[in-house]
Design a protein around this ligand. Structure first.
Ligand code: TYM
Length: 328
C-alpha cells in the first residue's frame, strides 16, 4: 500500500490555508493510503517559543487534527519529539545536504529576514524535514504549494545518500499538491500566502473562528478595483483567492465558478457561507475533545509507538549503511 507522511507545526493557530491545502486531503485519503501524520514540535523550536505555550499548542493541534477527521484507528498520529529517531536521522541528513542547497531555501530567507535571532536550526530545518519523511519509507507527501521546495530537497538528499552508500537505503518520495487550495492567500494582502506568522489577523481565517468572524473577514476581503469576477491570479489576486477558497470548499473548479457571479458581493457571501459550513462540524468535534486531553494523549502515545517501530528500523539501516559501528 502506498504510504503517505506529512507534518504540521504547532505554532500559531491552524488556518484555512492549512486546512484546504493539507489537512483536508489527509482526512479524505486516509482510507486509501497508509497514512502517518506528525505534529512537528521540534521544528517549532527553530524560532524561540514560550515552553508552556508550545506544550499546550502541541496538544491542541493534535486535538484539532482529530476534530478535522483524522481517525486514530485508521491513520498514525504522533508528536515528533516522542520518536527520537527523527533527531537521529536528521544528523545524517544534515551531513548529506549541502550548505548551498540549504542557503537556497526560500522559507529560510523569509523567516531569517523576519527574525532578529536566526538559529542554526532554522537553517538546517529542511534536513530535519527530510528525516521526518525518509524515516517512514514514504511514497507521497501531501502538502500545500509552499512546501514544494522542501520536498524536492528531501528527494535530492535521499538520492545522494543512496548513491553514496551504493544501495537504495532510503525511499525517494514524491510530493502531492492539491489542484485547488494549494496556495490560499491572505484576505487583506492577496499577494502574500495566508500564514500563521504574518501579522494579519483580519486576513487569516482560523479553523476555530466563529461563524460571525469568518463572515466578517471574508466580506471585508480586499478585492480588485473593477467589478468583474474572473479567475486570473496575476491580474485579480483578491477575487481569484476567493474563487479558490469557494472552489476548494465546494469541490468545484474556480474558473468555472467565476461564470456564476457578476458582482463581488454575492461571491463573498457564498464563500463565507461555504467556509462556515465546511468548518462547522470540525468546530463541534473540537468542542467535545478539548476538555478531554486524556483521549488525545492516549492517541498520541499509541501513534508514537507505531511510528517508532518503522522509524527505528530505517534509522538502523541508514546508520549501518553510512558506516556507523552497530552497538550490538
Ligand atoms: P506548516 O505547519 O507551515 O503547514 C502545514 C501544511 O499547511 C500547508 N499550508 C498551506 N496550504 C495552502 N495555503 C496556505 N496559505 C498554506 N499555508 C500552509 C503547508 O504547505 C503544509 O502542508 N515544514 C512544514 C512542516 C513539516 C512537514 C514535514 C511537512 C515538517 N516536517 C514533513 C511535510 C513532511 C511546515 O512548516 O508546515
Amino acid at each position: 500500500m502506498t504510504r503517505a507522511f506529512s507534518g504540521i507545526q504547532p505554532t500559531g493557530d491552524v488556518h484555512l490555508g492549512n486546512y484546504l491545502g493539507a489537512v483536508r486531503r489527509w482526512v479524505d485519503d486516509q482510507h486509501d493510503v497508509d497514512s502517518i501524520f506528525c505534529v512537528v514540535d521540534l521544528h517549532a523550536l527553530t524560532i524561540p517559543k514560550d515552553p508552556e505555550v508550545l506544550r499546550s499548542k502541541t496538544l491542541q493541534l493534535a486535538q484539532l487534527l482529530v476534530a478535522c477527521g483524522l481517525e486514530p484507528e485508521t491513520c498514525t498520529l504522533f508528536v515528533q519529539s516522542h520518536v527520537p529517531e527523527h533527531s537521529g536521522l536528521a544528523w545524517l541528513m544534515e551531513c548529506t545536504a549541502s550548505f548551498g542547497e540549504l542557503s537556497r531555501m526560500v522559507q529560510f530567507k523569509d523567516k531569517s529576514d523576519r527574525n532578529d535571532f536566526v538559529s542554526a536550526g532554522l537553517f538546517t530545518y529542511p534536513a530535519l524535514q527530510a528525516a521526518d519523511i525518509l524515516l517512514y519509507d514514504t511514497d507521497v507527501v501531501p502538502v500545500g504549494d509552499d512546501q514544494r521546495q522542501h520536498i524536492e530537497l528531501a528527494r535530492d538528499v535521499a538520492t545522494r545518500f543512496n548513491n553514496r552508500c551504493g544501495s537504495d537505503v532510503l525511499v525517494v518520495p514524491e510530493h502531492v499538491i492539491p489542484p485547488v487550495g494549494a496556495r490560499i492567500m491572505d484576505l487583506q494582502n492577496p499577494g502574500d500566502k495566508m500564514s500563521k506568522s504574518l501579522d494579519s489577523p483580519q486576513g487569516t481565517v482560523l479553523v476555530l473562528d466563529d461563524p460571525k468572524t469568518i463572515e466578517k473577514k471574508i466580506k471585508r476581503a480586499v478585492t480588485d478595483t473593477d467589478n468583474e469576477v474572473r479567475f486570473d491570479v496575476a491580474d485579480k489576486p483578491g477575487v481569484s483567492n476567493l474563487l479558490s477558497i469557494l472552489g476548494a470548499a465546494t469541490g468545484r473548479d474556480p474558473e468555472a465558478l467565476a461564470d456564476d457571479y457578476e458582482m463581488y458581493g454575492p461571491l463573498k457571501a457564498d464563500t463565507a457561507e461555504a467556509v462556515v459550513e465546511l468548518l462547522r462540524p470540525v468546530q463541534q468535534r473540537f468542542a467535545d475533545l478539548v476538555d478531554d486531553p486524556a483521549t488525545t494523549t492516549q492517541i498520541l502515545s499509541t501513534g508514537a509507538a507505531k511510528a517508532r517501530e518503522i522509524a527505528s528500523a530505517t534509522l538502523d539501516r541508514a546508520q549501518r549503511a553510512v558506516g556507523l559501528l552497530s552497538p550490538s
